[in-house]
Design a protein around this ligand. Structure first.
Ligand code: HEM
Ligand SMILES: *[C@@H]1O[C@H](CO)[C@@H](O)[C@H](O)[C@H]1NC(C)=O
Length: 508
């Protein structure tokens, strides 16, 4: 019996072992690997994956590899090598590997974030960038849209004066509305049923999209029904139905004469490509409803939970650092005052606030391992050969916590982004890429940075954010899902005395 098992294992191993590698080439050092399960038994299973991989660098160096199932994965944890992957050889590493759960979310790798290097990824990424260009100035200026939503958020918070609350839903609503304006010029009000549905399915998707799901490592486990996978499919279906309803309704009022948002751009691009008599109408297929929905879904997915999470992290760090909060408020009082609300042009004056946001993005990156990349051709990183199809994971956590690059990397110190006089923003090291870089970099970076700055500036101008009466400080440990979330916490909302006085004065 024992011999039979060995024979079976060896046979399977023979078929699953990687194809002959390039002879004479030097590959990154690998963790031990067994047939079938690969390196799984040698990977720490407790704690945060990004931190565990960072720890493995002590033994294996800044670039190493392991095998999961039949796939080779390379981990890069140092900024020179990371920049080589993302920027210098950006094109060779801009693929995305197949991941079962992400494949369900993206309806077979459609959309942008989880799409492999392909014509539809290029087309849709370009169209999203064209959409943001529409919001550069004029009546539709992004800043105006953000301020409108942040203003509603603050008005709501004012009704909660003296209470302790979880900021999650109000912030989620504001950020969702900004994305809705960009996607289809609409927004939700408090109590709208639909926004509750979005909030619920988002939570379902985040909860089930764990990186540690076994099906992601062993795709053939798909044949076994998994409870989480079922829940996830359910949430994705609810999302698809809701977005589809919006799309179908929107098509009726679409007009080529007024192209003002993402849906307009996508629908118009489809019309253009079906009408063009010259050339293959390749693009038309890549702009079918399914593709359009996947891209809109992506912008919601990538645009809402990320920004919402960073805002909550920022508030949490301010609760832990009340002196810093006070200093930021003084900065706002001196540079903006209390008669005007902050604008984007205040950004180069509110440097301590800006440094604080940068520090939050360093110490708790939204995507500590970015989104997995894949080599689109045989290539190399540093002195090491990388075969086509290899998954390449950039450990941003390692870049942001490297002791050679950062003084006391585990300490929250916004001053590290300021010059010694505290009046100029600086970049202390190149080991910092919160939005990635190169062909796969975040398309929403500019929007996100404006949202973070304006919402924090408006909130701190008007409110004191304080620890609730029970003295419970937020846990800063975090909960790494597709987004590095913070565990739920409460904050006490108090309208600032100085704000009240300024309001009374200006209305007198
Ligand atoms: C603080 C907020 C945000 C952070 C820190 C962030 C960060 C990132 C990171 C690290 C990546 C992956 C880069 C890579 O794989 O190499 C990414 C990708 C992406 N982000 Fe963001 N993001 C944020 C907000 C947004 C917003 C508001 C949007 C859209 C409105 C957005 C849209 C996207 C998209 C579409 C991708 C996929 C790009 C591609 O694969 O070609 N993100 N983001
Ligand atoms: C957006 O919608 C509002 C009202 O729903 C409308 O007044 C406005 O003209 C629309 N904006 C654009 C640019 O279509």
């Amino acid at each position: 019996m024992w011999e039979l098992w060995t024979l079976l294992l060896l046979t399977v191993a023979y078929f699953l072992w990687p194809k002959i590698r390039r002879p004479g080439a030097k590959y990154p050092r690998s963790l031990p690997a067994l047939p079938l399960v690969g390196s799984l038994p040698f990977l720490p299973r407790h704690g945060h994956l990004h931190a565990n991989l960072f720890k493995l660098q002590e033994k294996y160096g800044p670039i190493f590899s392991f095998r999961l199932g039949t796939k080779n994965t390379v981990i890069v944890g140092q900024h020179q090598l990371a920049r080589e992957v993302l920027i210098k050889k950006g094109k060779e590493f801009s693929g995305r590997p197949y991941v079962v759960t992400l494949d369900i979310l993206s309806n077979n790798q459609k959309g942008i974030a989880f799409a492999d290097y392909s014509p539809h990824w290029q087309l849709h990424r370009k169209l999203v960038q064209a959409t943001f260009a529409l919001f550069k100035d004029g009546n539709q200026r992004l800043e105006k849209i953000i301020c409108q939503e942040v203003s509603s958020l603050c008005d709501f918070l004012a009704t909660q004066n003296g209470k302790s609350m979880d900021l999650d839903f109000p912030v989620f609503l504001a950020v969702t509305n900004i994305i809705c304006m960009v996607c289809f010029n609409s927004s939700y009000k408090y109590g709208d049923h639909e926004v509750k549905i979005i909030h619920d399915y988002n939570k379902g998707i985040l909860d089930t999209l764990g990186r540690d799901e076994l099906v992601d490592i062993f795709p053939w486990l798909m044949i076994f029904p998994s409870k989480t996978l079922g829940l996830m499919k359910k949430c994705v279906n609810i999302r698809n139905e809701l977005l589809n309803k919006i799309l179908q309704k929107y098509k009726e009022k679409f007009s080529s004469n007024s192209i003002t948002n993402l849906l307009d751009i996508l629908i118009q691009a489809k019309l253009n490509s079906s009408n063009s008599s010259s050339g293959p109408d390749q693009d038309s297929k890549l702009l079918s409803d399914k593709y359009i929905l996947a891209t809109v879904g992506d912008i919601f997915g990538a645009g809402v939970e990320t920004t919402t999470s960073v805002m909550k992290w920022t508030v949490a760090f301010l609760l832990h650092n009340p002196q810093l909060k006070k200093k930021i408020q003084e900065e706002i009082d001196q540079n903006v005052g209390l008669r005007h609300t902050p604008t984007i042009s205040d950004r180069n004056r509110l440097v301590l606030l800006e440094a604080t946001i940068r520090e939050v993005l360093r110490i708790r990156p939204v995507a500590p391992l970015l989104i997995p990349h894949k080599a689109t051709s045989d290539s190399s990183i540093g002195e090491f050969a990388i075969d086509k199809g290899t998954r390449v994971i950039i450990n941003l956590w390692a870049l942001h916590h490297n002791e050679k690059e950062w003084l006391q990397p585990d300490q929250f110190m916004p001053e590290r982004f300021l010059d010694p006089t505290g009046s100029q923003l600086i970049s202390p090291t190149l080991s910092y890429l919160p939005f990635g870089a190169g062909p796969r970099s975040c398309v929403g970076e500019s929007l996100a940075r404006q949202e973070l700055f304006l919402s924090m500036a408006w909130m701190l101008q008007r409110f004191d954010l304080e620890v609730p009466e029970d003295g419970q400080l937020p846990s800063l440990e975090g909960d790494p899902k597709v987004v590095f979330l913070i565990k739920p916490f409460k904050v006490k909302i108090k309208v600032r005395q100085a704000w009240r006085e300024a309001q009374a004065e200006s209305s007198a």
